[in-house]
Design a protein around this ligand. Structure first.
Ligand code: HDE
Length: 687
């Protein structure tokens, strides 16, 4: 802290807010103890309310003003605290504080989000996810405001309002909510060839992650790392989930949104509360000007990625989320990420989206939070010393207490305030910049299809089919046939099987001609296996959840073996029964249920088991949610273990020769064998 100038951190002053304990009395905001919080002050028992009731007026006034504007995009989000731990000093590359030495820990706050939906929308919308990280470093806050996909829809920030308007609700009717399956979105993107690559990503399973814990993150733009000599290296940032990647299938997503619209936030909350802290490795793709010149695409173009096979991702440290928020509003809602928040050792590039974002985020935070003093909110304030001459504004709580609020000044050192420091201060890379002022798209941004093709070609067959299905689903929701056809025309530049299958799924009468291209697409780009989720499966069931449907008479010994095997794997078990009161096992012991069958469809589990008796299975067979439990798990290619459940399986239509994804616990397979099979997450052969 420097000389007491505007340097106070955290909550200002000594207050006794929100004390807790048995003897705490309810007061007004002014500290006056309230005698009656149940009844307004009235003239007579049945008479009118009186204006002088200051407690009532203050209470309602405050309530009326509880909402702040939601984020214009990324409104629906969920955050958590944690830390980043650095593996080794990176001083050859950067002076950035988090990378100074091995083992250095930096506090972080991370907020995950969807983009299109409003604040109350469901978590499992088909959408790109925000992955925003605020690092409270020793030299200021560094915000890496990324997504779970490495590319974006547009090449120029000027188009951001258009793509967002087109994706969100249509303005006359105010729907559809949190989905791109409508005319406006597909109209816009089909007229914007640069979006094609991103379309492949959002129609892929990346757009319906199983949870925040199982998705990758990307800084998207090319940034710079800068070392002590001022030498800069280009960098693309990656977050690699240690839990492995995993997505749901579309039919599940639709049902999860009904069963548990908070599926993702609940998952993160539960995992952290259970001490199963999610972790990501921070990766860097590092390259120089020579590579940038050689690379097939422009490294400033945010609709392109650099394949990992071409520039490997160097793992430099680990992000751990180990603490949930104390208060959603104070932290998750009020956190204000700004791409402009960088620290010495990191710098921008001329990526035109990044340049535009650097204006937009500060501007949007002022609108949302209502005062330039949002930087003083505890979740936004730096945790290193800070000192400025800025003052006043709405909700100023940290104005300095002395006479000096400007520099240069000649006041004595006790009150003269802070000064700049050319040695330790932030330095911009002195890149040469010249050229005529013009509005244009560089020629080097003109290839809109080659990487879309590379992405599609790098997927497994199952994943390719999901992409095709997603295009067909979304375009089937478009009323205008010409919009559907225009998308297929663009897809013809990506892959003819893809375009043909989508046209077929839509029932288009004829395959349209390929859309005109600014540059002929390349067909020689090699596959990039890193782009496939299934090729990079988790090979563990840790962190996943099994739903076990039980009935009276359940084999207690078998259930306890299953419980042990699941725990051993680091996974979670939930017991489901026809009544939440639970069941009585064959040894006479009572077993608590976590869920009643109606509230626990199999879509909210990664694998399921049904442990019943012949008699009870026949009763379950009469319950539609129990039948759906089995038939959905089967349709979604989940691993299913069973014992004594034949009648239910028959009623659910899962009959005949069972496949290798269905494990009979009455036969040779043990609960431990079942859990080992679950490591594959899905039995795709069934699809
Ligand atoms: Fe954002 N974006 N964005 N964006 N963005 C916002 O800032 C914007 C872009 C991203 O959890 C807004 O606080 C423009 C790319 C995340 O609070 C706003 C452009 C990427 C979040 C804004 C982009 C992102 C935002 C709205 C095109 C991935 C949520 C609310 C040039 C690299 C952060 C807010 C959180 C939020 C503007 C494109 C990620 C309006 C103009 C590309 C994760 O300022």
């Amino acid at each position: 802290m420097t000389d007491g100038i505007a340097g106070e951190q955290g909550h200002g002053g000594e207050t006794h807010q929100q004390a807790s304990g048995d003897d705490v009395r309810l007061t007004t905001q002014q500290g006056v103890v309230v005698a009656d919080d149940q009844n307004t002050l009235r003239a007579g028992e049945r008479g009118p309310a009186l204006l002088e009731d200051f407690h009532f007026r203050e209470k309602l006034f405050h309530f009326d003003h509880e909402r702040i504007p939601e984020r214009v995009v990324h409104a629906r989000g969920f955050g958590a605290h944690g830390y980043f731990e650095n593996d080794a000093a990176l001083d050859d590359l950067t002076i950035a504080d988090p990378f100074r030495e091995a083992g250095r820990r930096t506090e972080v706050f991370v907020r995950f989000s969807t983009v299109a939906g409003n604040k109350g929308s469901a978590d499992l919308a088909r959408d790109v996810r925000g992955f925003a990280v605020k690092m409270y470093t020793g030299e200021g806050n560094w915000d890496l405001v990324g997504n779970n996909m490495p590319v974006f829809f547009i090449q120029d920030a000027m188009k951001f309002p258009d793509v967002v308007h087109a994706a969100k609700e249509e303005p006359d009717r105010g729907f559809p909510q949190a989905q791109t399956a409508h005319d406006n979105f597909w109209d816009f993107v089909s007229l914007t060839p640069e979006s094609t690559h991103m379309l492949l990503w959002i129609m892929s399973d990346r757009a319906i992650p199983r949870s925040f814990r199982f998705m990758e993150g990307f800084g998207v733009h090319t940034f710079r790392l800068v070392n002590a000599e001022g030498r800069s290296t280009f960098v693309k940032f990656h977050w690699k989930p240690k839990q492995g990647m995993q997505s749901v299938v579309w039919n599940e997503a639709v049902k999860i949104n009904g069963a548990d619209p908070d599926f993702h936030r609940r998952d993160l909350w539960d995992a952290i509360q259970a001490g199963d802290f999610p972790e990501w490795e921070l990766g860097m793709q590092l390259f120089d000007e020579d590579f940038a010149d050689r690379f097939a695409f422009d490294i400033l173009d945010p609709t392109k990625f650099v394949p990992e096979e071409e520039v490997p991702v160097r793992r430099v440290g680990t992000l751990v989320l180990d603490r949930v928020v104390d208060n959603f509003f104070a932290e998750t809602e009020q956190v204000a990420f700004c791409t402009q928040n960088i620290i010495p050792g990191i710098d921008f590039t001329n990526d035109p989206l990044l340049q535009g974002r650097n204006f937009s985020y500060l501007d949007t935070q002022l609108k949302r939070l209502g005062s330039p003093n949002f930087t003083r909110l505890p979740v936004n304030a730096p945790k290193c010393p800070f000192a400025t001459f800025q003052q006043d504004g709405h909700m100023a709580t940290a104005n300095p207490a002395n006479r000096v609020n400007y520099e240069p000044n000649s006041w004595p050192s006790e009150i003269k305030g802070p000064r700049e420091d050319p040695e330790r201060g932030f330095q911009t890379v002195p890149e040469d910049v010249s050229g005529p002022k013009r509005r244009l798209r560089p020629e080097s941004f003109a290839d809109h299809y080659s990487q879309a093709r590379q992405f599609f070609a790098s997927q497994t067959e199952v994943e390719q089919q999901h992409i095709i299905d997603a295009f067909v689903f979304e375009l089937s929701k478009c009323e205008r046939v010409e919009v559907r056809a225009r998308v297929v025309a663009a897809l013809r530049n990506v892959d003819d099987t893809l375009a043909g299958s989508v046209a077929d799924g839509l029932g288009l009468p004829a395959l349209p001609d390929p859309a005109p291209c600014a540059r002929e697409p390349r067909t020689d780009l090699p596959q990039s296996p890193a782009l496939s989720i299934l090729r990079n499966g988790p090979r563990t069931f840790a962190g996943r959840k099994i739903g076990v449907l039980v009935t009276d008479g359940v084999d207690a010994n078998l259930l306890s073996q299953l419980r042990d095997a699941i725990r051993e794997e680091g996974a979670v078990i939930e017991i489901i029964a026809a009544k939440v009161g639970g069941v009585v096992a064959d040894d006479g012991n009572h077993i608590e249920a976590d869920q009643k069958i109606d509230g626990a469809p199999s879509v909210i589990y990664d694998a399921v088991a049904v442990l019943a008796t012949d008699k009870a299975a026949a009763q379950l067979a009469a319950l539609p949610p129990a039948r759906d439990f089995v038939s959905d798990a089967y349709a979604h290619c989940k691993f299913i273990a069973h014992r004594g459940a034949d009648a239910l399986f028959t009623a659910a239509g899962v009959t005949g020769e069972h496949d290798a994804g269905i494990i009979d616990l009455a036969g040779d397979s043990s609960p431990a064998d079942f859990v080992v099979r679950c490591r594959d997450i899905r039995y795709w052969a069934r699809s």
